[in-house]
Design a protein around this ligand. Structure first.
Ligand code: AAO
Length: 477
């Protein structure tokens, strides 16, 4: 499968075997200072499918081949704005379309001055100056990005035309970038214009899946709940809190996760899109702060992703990243702008696959890590089963099950664990899917014996490579 430069994998276990989220595929500003940052893709020039990841033919080919094997594609839709006000004029765009940011002229759409919110924003700078003013947040420029006038039917129609083009090609839905910076009613207006999904792969009448990027950590007047009518919303508290708990900061401990979910002040489960990290906060952009766990903290990261995938709350998204030369100066990563692994001519390096199934060329491919991949399978196996058999030691040793289908147990304490707990599973020998998995009716890693009463003994040393164990009924010998 051809991969885009920054791929994000999300999981919709109910609906389908695998789901892939891709970076904005439309034409964007080419930025050379710094040299081709990843974030240039959030500065649209037109809605032509033509980016560093490939052209329209290549995109269509990817969508088709993925759909044919049950992998759904979700597109990151950047429709709140075009490029930055200082983007200049010329043809320095990924498809060579002419534009003039100063004149608000984007003839390849076309958009002109009338289609932007310059007149509607009332801050002196034209920028969002305060997140406490909901009008600024929606009508002014986010980081100088030219703010589209989505109250206009013309603009709504152009946005819908772009998204419908993608739907007709076969994509399954969208991440709505910067949704907090658009009025919920304006988003509804362009969503209402969208086609049903392509019947070559989806049943007639299937609507696109929608989730909106709304950063609501509390403390601002705009709430994620304002957007529930349009689809799911990103729950940024999830990764920020889970990172704090696993790092044991602020007096947090895993025992407190007993009422994880709405009990922690998160949005309702059926409205939440959850993740441990995303493309912004894994490198200090966006929101979440220092507690966010990423592949750089691999041991805690695997535990966090394992916990997320085992827990019933929310619709889960798994991150898939590239490595960059991270370098901190005064607490800030000065290389946070680094684009994907690329060749001298600027083209993106292929995602090569190593003999051990991991990726090469600096692609991290967290979704291929055994522990994460196997927990995705766990999530599919336990889908629909209730949260059950919670156990904790009052500290950082916790366990829970999903009905009689799966069970997971963690030791994040500084001492060894040796416990005999109720799993809720049928008697038998199970393969731990963290240290290994079931292959040819044997376990490549640890084995767990569940007795007739559903109980099992678990031993996890504090220095274990991965201090957690997960078992499920599809990994029973
Ligand atoms: C780049 C340059 C800019 C330049 C611009 C135009 O970096 O200096 O002005 O080009 O030339 C990405 C990059 C940006 C990049 C942009 C365009 O991250 O660096 O700008 O592409 O190339 C806000 C938005 C949210 C947004 C996030 C980054 O609400 O929508 O900023 N995320 C999306 C994408 C992201 C992309 C864009 C949007 C733009 O995921 O990749 O930008 O398309 C508060 C607010 C949040 C706000 C953050 C950051 O968060 O609540 O809404 O996110 O601030 O500004 C605590 C608080 C928390 C607070 C946080 C940070 O945690 O609890 O609420 O602190 O202060």
């Amino acid at each position: 499968m051809k991969r885009t430069t920054e791929t994000r994998i999300s999981l919709l276990p109910l609906l389908m075997p695998a789901v892939t989220g891709v970076s904005p595929p439309n034409e964007n500003l080419v930025i050379t200072n710094p040299n081709r940052p990843w974030w240039e893709r959030y500065q649209p020039i037109s809605y032509k499918i033509c980016s560093r990841s490939g052209n329209e033919e290549q995109f269509k080919d990817m969508v088709k081949r993925c759909n044919n094997v049950g992998v759904r594609i979700y597109v990151d839709a950047v429709v709140n704005h075009m490029c930055g006000a200082a983007g200049g004029s010329g043809t320095h765009s990924t498809c060579g379309s002419y534009f003039n940011a100063g004149n608000r002229d984007f003839p390849a759409v076309p958009y002109s001055g009338w289609d932007f919110n310059d007149g509607k924003c009332h801050t002196g700078s034209g920028e969002i100056e305060s997140y406490n003013d909901i009008y600024q947040v929606r009508d002014c420029r986010l980081s100088s990005l030219l703010d589209l006038a989505l109250e206009k039917d013309y603009v709504r129609s152009k946005v819908a035309e772009y998204m419908n083009h993608l739907i007709d090609i076969g994509v399954a839905g969208f991440r709505i970038d910067a949704a907090k910076h658009m009025w919920p009613g304006d988003i509804k207006a362009f969503l209402d214009k969208l086609h049903d999904l392509n019947t070559q792969w989806f049943s007639a009448g299937t609507r696109p899946f929608i989730y909106q990027e709304v950063i609501d950590l509390g403390g601002e007047p705009i709430k994620g709940s304002e957007y529930f009518g349009n689809g799911r919303v990103t729950e940024f508290k999830y990764g920020a809190k889970l990172g704090t708990v696993l790092r044991k900061w602020d007096g947090e401990k895993m025992a407190y996760l007993k009422n994880w979910g709405e009990g922690w002040g998160f949005v309702p489960s059926d409205r939440a899109l959850v993740f441990v990290d995303n493309h912004d906060n894994q490198r200090g952009h966006g929101a979440g702060g220092a507690s966010i766990l990423t592949f750089w903290d691999a041991r805690l990261y695997k535990m966090a992703v394992g916990f997320m995938l085992a827990h019933p709350y929310g619709l889960t998204r798994v991150m898939s990243s590239f490595r960059w030369p991270r370098y901190f100066e005064n607490g800030k990563d000065v290389n946070d702008w680094y684009g994907p692994p690329s060749n001298a001519d600027g083209s993106t390096k292929a995602v090569t696959i190593n003999a051990d199934t991991t990726c090469g060329n600096d692609w991290v491919c967290e979704h291929r890590w055994r522990q994460i991949r196997n927990m995705v399978i766990f999530r599919n196996v336990v889908d629909g089963e209730p949260f059950s058999n919670w156990w904790d030691n009052g500290s950082n040793q916790v366990a829970f099950g999903r009905g009689n289908k799966g069970f997971i147990i963690f030791n994040n304490d500084d001492w060894n664990m040796n416990v005999y707990v109720q799993t809720g599973l049928p008697a038998g020998t199970y393969c731990d899917v963290i240290s290994g998995q079931k292959e040819d009716n044997r376990c490549t890693g640890k084995q767990v014996y569940v007795s007739g009463d559903g109980k099992a003994n678990f031993q996890i040393n504090t220095d274990a490579e991965d201090p957690f164990i997960a078992i499920h009924v599809d990994a029973k010998l």
